[in-house]
Design a protein around this ligand. Structure first.
Ligand code: NAD
Length: 483
């Protein structure tokens, strides 16, 4: 296992080898301790151009590599990454903050995604279309779209790179990845695995901030941008890519959970605890707000508060099994405290947590916080907090609560707990979200499409759809003359 204390030095990786950047460097500090965790180039337009040229050059060969061969390469990459799980996990914990065992789980899920897309590579089929004129046949074939840009956030720094890397390369595309400026170190380790497993130029990395990302998405040789991040950046990218660049945007939102009086309450509390506080609530599909039917409201609130209080919050390197680690960046740490203050001001009661953990300062640790009797206009009930905070409110009418749940600009994931069949179908069908999980809180699985609605973005990752988005169609009209 690599050192838990030596900072990781990142270098841009393209054309199969590492290169210095031409700008200054970004220093990433461990948010739990303030210690230096990684150093990465703040890449400039020239660095980005070199990486894109490498991807464009490699595309000429990779697009013609047989699907079964591409599958073999991806399995090889899965093996390399499988060997480096501990290294990547330690890097994630040191720069992102989640507990080490949770980080290991993230890397293992990434390895599973690689293996899944290795197999999907061999299942890309076209179709034939009969013509109205004899002697002709139309063939529709799917072809890789070209060199793509993958822009990733920091909350699942390896997995969210991984979905793009695996889907794109399985489809026959090459990719230039820009990891988040807050989590470059784990990507450096991934680039080492890439070098050992894949032909040069197929997967490339450039480090940097939003300016680097901007240069990448607007590069004329980039044919598709796969972006995961905030709604604000997504909209900025939408405005800055050329109109002919394909785009998928996986953005954030405010995810509701509805618990009816007919739910298994213990299961609902367990689910709410996991999906509100895992990764310190820094998940695009984290539960932000919970609506509980009046007859079971008080019981649910007191049990959720007890469950939140019981969570172990600690430095994820020192305590690999902790439930909650440090938050990752100052901005969301402060926003979480602001949302707690706002809920208090609007009359909600804090029934668990409610403040930062002073004993762990300067680390960005916030106690898992539950605010009850939260009015709908509180920020926690309408905006994405992206921290360990959840708002709870009662409801009495199912149609009314569906309208409240849907009443936000983005629709990524919603959660339902009920054991009643009619309620299950009514809620599953009327919640206007790309993912609805009923009696569980794991809304995303690797072989089913995952995407948002409205301001949560468009396009899909996971499943065959996560590969299709890197393909384009070609119609070949053949005159063979046979009758
Ligand atoms: P962010 O938008 O600040 O940054 C994401 C990435 O975009 C970073 O790599 C950043 O450097 C880059 N970037 C910034 N400006 C850019 C520009 N103008 N052009 C190109 N790239 C640019 O997001 P974040 O704070 O890293 O991540 C948190 C957000 O991501 C949350 O809103 C969360 O909901 C969302 N998210 C969504 C999903 C999903 O699947 N829908 C998954 C995880 C996170």
């Amino acid at each position: 296992m690599s050192s838990l204390t030596t900072p990781i030095t990142c270098r841009n990786f393209y054309a199969g080898t590492w290169h210095d950047g031409s700008g200054d460097v970004i220093e990433r500090k461990n948010p739990a301790t303030g210690e230096l965790a990684a150093i990465a180039p703040r890449s400039q337009a020239g660095d980005v151009d070199a990486a894109v040229q490498a991807a464009a050059e490699a595309f000429r060969t990779w697009r013609k590599t047989l699907p079964a061969e591409r599958a073999g390469y991806l399995h090889r990459l899965a093996e390399e990454c499988g060997r480096r799980v501990d290294d990547m996990a330690a890097a994630i914990t040191r720069e992102q903050g989640k507990p080490l065992n949770e980080a290991r789980g993230e890397v293992r899920k990434f390895v599973t995604a690689l293996r899944y897309y290795a197999e999907e590579a061999t299942r890309v089929f076209g179709r034939t279309i009969p013509n109205d004129v004899g002697g002709f046949l139309s063939i529709v074939q799917k072809e890789p779209i070209g060199p793509v840009a993958g822009i990733a956030p920091w909350n699942y720094p390896i997995e969210l790179i991984g979905w793009k890397l695996a889907g794109a390369t399985a489809a026959g595309c090459t990719i230039v990845i820009k990891p988040s400026e807050y989590t470059p170190g784990c990507a450096q380790i991934l680039s080492e695995c890439v070098q050992a497993a894949l032909p040069a130029g197929v997967v490339n990395f450039v480090y940097g901030d939003g300016g680097t990302g901007q240069a990448l998405v607007s590069h004329p040789k980039i044919t598709k941008v796969g972006f995961t991040g905030s709604a604000a950046t997504g909209q900025q990218i939408m405005r800055s890519v050329s109109g002919i660049t394909a785009l998928s945007l996986e953005l954030g939102g405010s995810c509701p959970m509805i618990v009816t009086a007919k739910a298994d309450l213990a299961a609902a509390v367990k689910g709410a605890t996991r999906r509100s506080f895992r990764n310190a609530g820094q998940i695009c599909i984290a539960i932000n707000r919970i609506y509980v039917e009046q007859p079971v409201y008080d019981e649910f609130v007191s049990e959720l508060a007890a469950a939140a209080d019981a969570l172990v919050v600690a430095d994820g390197i020192k305590d690999p099994d902790a439930d909650v680690g440090s938050m990752t960046i100052d901005e969301t740490f402060q926003r979480t405290l602001d949302h707690i203050a706002d809920a208090r001001k609007r009359g909600a009661s804090v029934v668990a947590g409610g403040d930062r953990i002073d004993e762990l300062a300067p680390g960005l640790f916030v106690r898992p916080t539950v605010v009850a009797d939260t009015p709908d206009d509180a920020l926690v009930m309408s905006e994405e907090t992206f921290g360990p905070l959840v708002g709870v409110a009662p409801f009495t009418d199912l149609d009314d609560v569906i309208a409240r749940a849907n009443g936000v600009p983005g629709g990524l994931a919603a959660y339902v707990y009920t054991q009643d069949t009619r309620e299950t179908f009514a809620l599953a069908s009327d919640l206007d979200f790309g993912n609805v999980a009923v009696n569980n809180v794991d809304a995303g699985i690797i072989n089913a499409p995952y995407g948002g609605r409205r301001e949560a973005g468009f396009g899909y990752e996971h499943g065959p759809e996560g590969l299709e988005s890197y393909l384009q169609l070609k119609h070949i009209r053949l005159h063979h003359g046979a009758r």
